[in-house]
Every structure is written in structure tokens, then in C-alpha cells.
Design a protein around this ligand. Structure first.
Ligand code: GDP
Length: 140
């Protein structure tokens, strides 16, 4: 399996509870390298663009409001099979269904406020990384 990059967000519910370091520790323990990272306040336009695929869903407005409610930490993670590996490390979208040892099991508050985002495929990883990082901000 090749080395891949994936895009991660530590979401507002987690930054608000000072969990950036705790989540990064789980990421690094899983063998993923944080090769870019910055703490930002997402604009409404950035959040709407980022989650455009969910525009028709009933929770879209709530999701956008949540993502701009507090700072987020955007990251690029690198490693063998990084996209699927990080999805495993994150756990299920609904924390009540997330496996033991996952970030969402340990820290998520609800299906909406679920602490982390990770890309779901190589194509989306490329698009999501480019939305927040230029090439020279990623140092592998
Ligand atoms: P993910 O890939 O596991 O993050 O899940 P999805 O792509 O299905 O959903 C994207 C994000 O939308 C989730 O991580 C949640 O933050 C949010 N979301 C999904 N389902 C719901 C829901 O039923 N209610 C609310 N409020 N938010 C949701």
C-alpha cells in the first residue's frame, strides 16, 4: 500500500474543550504523521464550500453554523494507507456507534459535534487539502 495524504479537521467541539493535543496523540500513535497543521477560524463561505456535498441534507445549516462557531485545526496527515487508516482512527460518524479506541468514541459529543473530519477518498483528499494548504505549507 502506497504512502498517501489525507485532510483532517479537529472540529470546534474539540478545540473548545482543549483537545487538540489529545487528538494529535491518537493520530501519531496510529502511525500517521502531521505534515501540515494550522488553527483557523473558518468563514461561512469556506464551510459551505467544504460541505457542499451535503447541501441538500436537513442538517446542512446546523453543520455550517457548528463549523464556524469556534476555531478549527486543519491538518494534512501522511502515512501508509492514510485515508482509510484515519477513517478507522476517527471511528463512526455517530459516536454511540464508534469502536473503542477511536477519537470519536473517546471525545465526540454527538453525531453533529463529532470532533474530527477525515477525507473519504483520494480524490476528495486532494480537493480538501488544496482548499486550505498551498504546497509549500506541507512539509513531509
Ligand atoms: P463523516 O464522513 O463521518 O464525517 O460523516 P458524513 O460525511 O456523513 O457527514 C459529515 C458531517 O456532517 C459529520 O461528520 C457530522 O459533523 C455532520 N452530520 C452528519 N449527520 C448528521 C446529523 O444527522 N445531524 C447533524 N447535526 N450533523 C450531522
Amino acid at each position: 500500500m502506497a504512502v498517501q495524504r489525507t485532510f483532517s479537521i479537529i472540529k470546534p467541539d474539540a478545540t473548545a474543550r482543549n483537545l487538540t493535543g489529545a487528538i494529535n496523540a491518537i493520530i501519531e500513535k496510529a502511525g500517521l504523521r502531521i505534515v501540515a497543521q494550522k488553527r483557523i477560524r473558518m468563514t461561512r463561505e469556506q464551510a459551505e464550500t467544504f460541505y457542499a456535498v451535503h447541501k441538500a441534507r436537513p442538517f446542512f445549516g446546523e453543520l455550517v453554523d457548528f463549523m464556524i462557531s469556534a476555531p478549527v485545526v486543519v491538518q494534512v496527515l501522511e502515512g501508509e494507507n492514510a485515508i482509510a487508516k484515519y477513517r478507522d482512527v476517527m471511528g463512526a460518524t455517530d459516536p454511540s456507534k464508534a469502536a473503542e479506541g477511536t477519537i470519536r468514541k473517546a471525545h465526540a459529543k454527538s453525531i453533529g459535534e463529532n470532533s474530527v473530519h477525515g477525507s473519504d477518498a483520494p480524490e476528495t483528499a486532494v480537493i480538501e487539502i488544496a482548499q486550505f494548504f498551498s504546497g509549500n505549507e506541507i512539509v513531509g
